[in-house]
Ligand binder design. Structure first.
Ligand SMILES: Cc1cc2nc3c(=O)[nH]c(=O)nc-3n(C[C@H](O)[C@H](O)[C@H](O)COP(=O)(O)OP(=O)(O)OC[C@H]3O[C@@H](n4cnc5c(N)ncnc54)[C@H](O)[C@@H]3O)c2cc1C
Length: 494
């Protein structure tokens, strides 16, 4: 009798595990369900899948050995850092392998003179700043998840954070990346200088969501810690005024160290949780930070306060101590966990729009709350135009998750319609793969596939993520299929 599907899976699992155990210590290969369960999802917990096997390499040589086994046996690899991703990028594949970088967690070198650090991919974002603090240096990109997320994940997602408005995203703060290709070869991109010869493949690689290579080393740029920092909390009785105030600050030639916005739903959600001192009667609050020398900060705080007042701020409070500055930020930094206190589930979207359209898009989202019958809290990197609507729902109520997904997709379509993008920093993963069909034409998607094939001709690295097949776009209803014939028929159509 032919083995059934589950027996086939077990047979293949046995063969793959045996091959991996020839090149890795036994404790670095996990395949029992109780061991692989913790890897079944990332921060997008609505989607889950047990992997066939999980590996925990401790060196680059072991990464190469894993890749060689997978290549020979045609096993797909999903790289994984800390699993805090919000778009399903590290979600496993049923008959695939998860390559965790948890044990590749060493800081290899700190060069305080050149202001760089060379680190392994599993090093936590905040651990870099902690390690270089003795030199009065730090690593600027600061995702709210920085206590947990890995630098390898940051590179794969081109992560951002509160301070990226002034200091740039991951792509602006990483000087070089070393990675292993699906061919088992070392790729070295970037270098010690400001520019490297040839096409800028470092920029292509950063944000490629684990689809082009497995990062094994990252060289980051470090910057001096500012002498001081202060933050303004400004209240507005109208989100339109707050949205316009953001555009006015930038138009005045000021680049704040952070410029964040929270609507009333968000500040009311957060305030009882962290007691940050937020004005819970305001329709929106802005947090505007200035950093630098004492004189620079004083001058900039004065200029920003004047712009905010002219834009209609109803109250302005300026932090008077480092403790108060951290208190003001604590609410913003804890907004996602606070959502769990007022709703059984939330769905965090991530779209970017031109700053001048902030007010228009926030009003659009308010109209969608009525259309879908779901509440939405808006807390986001306003200075970058990077929205994070948190759609509140209850997965136990039949249909509510699908309503939340449809709500999220419509927000992204609105972002594209005003000239923005479907992601700012959380990546596409599996979550926004349909929305890619809204953003990009078949010709553009064909170009993305050509890059993917250039790095990974067998399509074994994190397949089914980030770039949709044209077939998928046709299913999503975003491509015209004439008599069953799609454009570029040779492109993958899983
Ligand atoms: C509470 C919370 C707040 C957050 N706030 C922010 C924020 O402010 N800004 C922001 O940008 N993001 C934020 N995120 C999202 C997330 O933390 C980032 O995307 C982060 O960069 C993911 O890192 P990770 O190590 O957890 O990666 P994972 O989730 O493990 O993986 C993410 C992607 O990177 C790939 N990957 C991981 N390691 C490697 C490697 N070594 N080589 C190749 N590919 C790799 C994976 O395949 C996957 O596609 C937040 C998440 C949470 C839960």
């Amino acid at each position: 009798m032919e083995p059934n599907k589950s027996e086939q899976h077990q047979q293949r699992q046995r063969l793959v595990v045996a091959a991996l155990r020839r090149v890795l210590p036994a404790q670095s290969v996990l395949y029992h369900e109780e061991d692989t369960r913790p890897y079944e999802c990332d921060g997008l917990t609505a989607y889950r899948q047990l992997p066939m096997v999980v590996t925990l390499p401790e060196s680059e040589a072991q990464v190469i050995a894993i890749v060689q086994v997978c290549r020979e046996m045609q096993v797909a690899i999903v790289p994984r850092g800390a699993g805090t991703g919000l778009s399903g990028g590290a979600m496993p594949i049923a008959d695939g392998l998860v390559l965790s970088t948890a044990r590749l967690n060493k800081i290899l070198n700190v060069d305080a003179y050149a202001r760089t650090a060379r680190v392994q991919p599993g090093v936590r974002n905040l651990a870099i700043s902690d390690a270089v603090g003795v030199h009065d240096l730090y690593y600027a990109p600061d995702p709210s998840s920085q206590i947990a997320c890995s630098i390898g994940g940051n590179v794969a997602e081109n992560s951002g954070g509160v301070h990226c408005l002034k200091y740039g995203l991951t792509v602006h703060n990483v000087m070089a990346v070393r990675a292993v290709s699906m061919e088992g070869e070392i790729i070295e991109l970037g270098g010690a200088g400001l520019d490297a010869p040839g096409l800028d493949l470092l920029a292509v690689f950063i944000g490629s969501e684990g689809m082009l290579g497995i990062v094994t080393e990252v060289t980051v740029r470090l910057i001096p810690k500012p002498q001081t920092a202060r933050v303004i909390m400004a209240s507005f009785d109208d989100v339109i005024k707050a949205g316009n105030a953001v555009a006015n600050v930038i138009a005045a030639g000021i680049i704040p160290a952070g410029l964040e916005m929270m609507d009333k739903t968000s500040s009311r959600m957060v305030e009882p949780y962290v007691k940050a001192g937020y004005d819970i009667d305001a329709e929106a609050i802005l947090l505007c930070e200035s950093d630098g020398t004492q004189e620079e900060v004083e001058e900039e705080i004065g200029r920003m306060s004047a712009v905010l007042q002219q834009a209609g701020a109803t109250a302005i409070a300026v932090s008077q101590s480092e403790a108060e500055r951290l208190k003001f930020w604590s609410g913003r930094k804890n907004a996602f966990p606070a959502a769990g206190r007022i709703s059984p589930d939330y769905y965090c979207m991530d779209g970017t729009i031109p700053r001048k359209n902030l007010a228009q898009v926030l009003l659009g989202i308010a109209a969608m709350e009525i259309k879908y019958g779901l509440r939405c809290a808006n807390v986001f990197h306003a200075g970058d135009g990077n929205l994070h609507p948190l759609i509140l729902f209850d997965a136990n109520q039949p249909g509510e998750f699908h309503q939340a997904e449809a709500f999220g997709a419509e927000i992204l379509e609105l972002c594209v319609a005003v000239g923005g993008t479907i992601t700012g920093e959380h990546g596409v993963g599996i979550e926004k793969i349909g929305s890619m069909c809204v953003q990009f034409s078949p010709e553009e998607l064909a170009a993305f596939w050509a890059v993917k094939r250039g790095f990974d001709p067998l399509l074994l690295l994190n397949p089914d993520k980030a770039i949709p097949s044209l077939h998928r776009c046709a299913e999503y209803g975003r491509m015209h299929v004439k008599k069953g014939a799609v454009k570029f028929p040779d492109l993958p159509r899983f």
